[in-house]
Design a protein around this ligand. Structure first.
Ligand SMILES: [Zn+2]
Length: 112
């Protein structure tokens, strides 16, 4: 990766720019030179904005999905997982309690 300080300049062609790092011509829609990776800011910005709107659309899809049955399914899955975790935690607590009790009994037997 080169620094973006040495970015490409417009090569004269309306839709092409020339890379100042390696001299290759590439499309202005490219976020960076496909040959050496030098950042091309206008293309990068366009690319970023496109991705941003894609992400926003995805988020809208997700939120509408979350409101539908997928949301309740997810909630149930979370509830199930929580229940399992609580049961495991309770089992561990009981086991630890028994160990503790045995230790106490041992101490009791030792002292008396
Ligand atoms: Zn280049």
């Amino acid at each position: 990766m080169d620094s973006k300080a040495s970015g490409p300049v417009n090569a004269g062609n309306a839709s092409m720019v020339r890379c100042t790092s390696c001299g290759a011509e590439f499309d202005t829609h490219e976020p960076k030179c496909p040959y050496c990776g030098t950042m091309y800011e206008p293309g990068a910005e366009e690319h970023y904005m496109n991705r941003l709107s894609d992400i926003r659309e995805d988020m809208e899809d997700l939120s509408s999905l979350a409101l539908s049955e997928t949301g309740s399914e997810l909630k149930q899955a979370v509830k199930k997982t929580l229940k399992t975790l609580i049961i495991i935690a309770a089992a561990i607590a009981v086991l630890l309690g028994i160990c503790r009790l045995i230790d106490l009994l041992r101490l009791y037997v030792w002292y008396f």
